[in-house]
Structure formats: C-alpha cells, structure tokens
Design a binder for this molecule. Sequence first.
Ligand code: ZN
Ligand code: ZN
Length: 270
Amino acid sequence: MPDSPDQTTIHTPLISTHTHTDLSRCGRDDMTFAAIVDQAEALGYAAIVLTDHVHVPWYTDYPAHLERLAQYRTWRNGLRTPLQLFVGAEFEVRRPGHVLAPPEFVAASEVTVVAPNHYQLDWVEPLPRDPGAAAAHELDCIETIINWAPADVIVHPFTGGGAEMPANVLYAAADTGRLRELCDRAIQADIAVEIQPKYWRNPLADRLCGFFEQWLDAGGKVALGSDAHHLAALSRWAAELPDIVARFELTAADIWWPGAAASQQQRERA
Ligand SMILES: [Zn+2]
Ligand SMILES: [Zn+2]
C-alpha cells in the first residue's frame, strides 16, 4: 500500500519476525512452507521470518533439519512474490553464559532470534523460585544473548516463568538499573527486542508495556513476531498488529527489519 503524506492511519508493514513451520516439533501440521507463503500473501504480509527451534541434538535431528532449511532457501529463491521470506532459527540460552547454537545452524541462518527463557525444557537450567533470584537469572540469560555476536533479536523476554512466575512478577523483581544498562548494550549491539502475542491484552504481562516504552525511548528497535505455530495465528497477528503499532506509536524507524541482518549473514558466508 503506497504511503501518502495526508493519511491519518498508521501504515507499517505487516511482518512476523518469529514464525514456526512444521519443522519445529511444536509447529502444527498446517504450517507447511507453501501454506505459510499462501496465507502470508493472502493477508498482505510484507515479510515473514521462519524461525524453527534448534534444540539439543537428541531432540532435534540436526542433519534432517539442516536439509530442510536448505530446501526452504531453495524454494524461497524460486518464489515470484513481493513477500520477503527469510530462513532463520530460534536458538535458546541453555544456562547463563551459554547459547545453544551449533555453528552449522548459525551459518545456515539468515536471521537469529534467541530465547532467554525456555525454562520448561529439560536441558535448560530452570529458574530459581525466589522472584528476585529468578529475575536476576533472566537478566543473566538476556546478557548472554547480548554477548553472543550472531544475535539479532531477543524473543519473549520475561515470559518463561510459567504460572508461578508470570511476566509481570519477573519484570517487577528485576533490578531496573541493570536492566537499563543491558538495554543500552543491546541497542549498541543492534539487537532488537520482540513484541509478540504473549504480551498483548494479557493481564499477567501488561507491565511489560512499560518496558517496551522505555526500550523505544532509549532508541531500541522492536521485532514484531507472531510466534505462530499454526496458520490461524498468522491471521490473528495480522489483525492485532495495527493495534500494537498504535499502542506504541510505532513508526518504520522503530521496527526491526530482517533484511539487513540477512544480507550481513550472506556477506559473511560469501
Ligand atoms: Zn520461544
Ligand atoms: Zn518461538
């Protein structure tokens, strides 16, 4: 849709920087490459980033997964569509100081989104039970991502604590000075922070709106990720996104765009 200077509605490109296909074990069967492309085109998406989970080798079949990613890139290169499609990965912090990201997957990823808090997984160090200690642990994991050079996006911060430690509780218990310092470092490192459906109209995560406002005020970019695991979630995200854009008064300059990360990755591989 062309922008005209007199328009009163905010138009920002429809994008999902965090999207699972049926390659992720938690991705539903309807999330095939072709179905995602069809759905995204029908809904008017400008860009989709595929970010399937890369877990430990006894859970993710590395050779099969790499082969599928290569297939996705080949199919993507053959598309004749204005939709921009990027083939990336969702990596995770396994414990403070360690991102679980095999080098062959980093090399194969045009975009890297990283989860600080997949605490529900057996191989990820769990959160301490005390809120203060848990928040410090979450910040340690966020810092681990900032220190990891290939990171493009920190996904769903403060959301991994389950029912006992909802995002609001974890965020409220975080050391604000340290969090501000980490945000400054993330911005300097060109790392975006994700806004996604977990935060939207969720009374257990609504305090995070304050965090995103501060992040944007400090000059940070937000990645708009649906975290879709089934096709209907792509439609829901398309419907929610204008409200999110209006809520945070997002302009194109606030929104992280995957193209730069992808071309950097291609340069490094060339
Ligand atoms: Zn995740
Ligand atoms: Zn995800």
